[in-house]
Design a protein around this ligand. Structure first.
Ligand SMILES: NC(=O)c1ccc[n+]([C@@H]2O[C@H](COP(=O)([O-])OP(=O)(O)OC[C@H]3O[C@@H](n4cnc5c(N)ncnc54)[C@H](OP(=O)(O)O)[C@@H]3O)[C@@H](O)[C@H]2O)c1
Length: 220
């Protein structure tokens, strides 16, 4: 039997961090919760345990300690906070998978603050040169995690990265969260994936999707 992997969620008190934590706590992973707001983390922990007594979850008071114990680190923080987080976890994240979920949106949600020749995932990879940065979960809304199947169709969740084994591992994580993983290509494909979510956010605002919406490729 494969050993259970440990996933550290940095920013677990946020919308995405808590949605990912609740979802993955029902899968065979050990989940380490790190966030700045202890009260929110305690209430998240309580909710996880109330839903699933057997959930293997723990609050950890330090991003570096959580990352040190983890096989996979999820940076569930805003793009602007990633530099700060990278500095805290760089040493202990060597050789590990770091999942970039961020969309570097501008203040009006009409586009991205990054230039067209990069992406937030590639910027995180530069900050963590010895880690395997994989883009995932940026094209799914936090609200989708409690409802990854809409109108009978499982939402596609796109993944990008440069390490084939890490892409496989993250595909399993995405599948465990209830989404259909699609390996979209190398890490540079994150430029497209981040623009896709920018568009979906704008459409969600315009068409009142209430941030429960996702992408689906129809094929035979
Ligand atoms: N919301 C979505 O539907 C969605 C969908 C796809 C991708 N994303 C991406 O997911 C990321 C998180 O978004 P969100 O909506 O979950 O935001 P959020 O609710 O504001 O949560 C952000 C989390 O990051 C923490 N944080 C901020 N700065 C930090 C720092 N310097 N050190 C440690 N923790 C820090 C926050 O803690 P405090 O609250 O204590 O500051 C909070 O726990 C963003 O990059 C976003 O682009 C969001």
């Amino acid at each position: 039997m494969a050993t259970k992997k440990t996933i550290a969620i940095i920013g677990a008190s946020g919308n995405m961090g808590s949605a990912i934590a609740k979802s993955l706590a029902n899968a065979p992973y050990r989940i380490l919760l790190f966030g700045k707001e202890e009260a929110k983390l305690k209430s998240l922990f309580k909710e996880i345990k109330n839903t699933n007594k057997k959930a293997d979850a723990e609050i950890i008071g330090c991003a570096a300690d959580a990352s040190w114990e983890a096989d996979i680190i999820i940076a569930a923080v805003p793009f602007a906070a990633e530099k700060d987080i990278a500095e805290k976890i760089r040493q202990v994240a060597t050789g590990k998978i770091v999942i970039s979920i961020s969309n570097p949106l501008n203040e009006t949600y009409t586009g991205l603050v990054t230039s067209s020749d990069t992406s937030s995932a590639e910027e995180l990879q530069k900050l963590l040169p010895h880690s395997k940065v994989i883009k995932a979960f940026n094209t799914t809304f936090a609200g989708d995690f409690s409802q990854p199947v809409i109108n009978g169709k499982t939402i596609d969740a796109f993944i990008a990265g440069n390490d084939e084994e890490a892409l496989e591992t993250v595909s399993d994580v995405v599948r465990s969260a209830g989404f259909n993983p699609i390996k979209a290509g190398a890490l540079a494909v994150s430029r497209t994936l981040e623009n896709m979510q920018s568009l979906l956010i704008q459409l969600s605002i315009k068409n009142n999707y209430n941030q429960v919406a996702g992408w689906k490729i129809l094929h035979n």
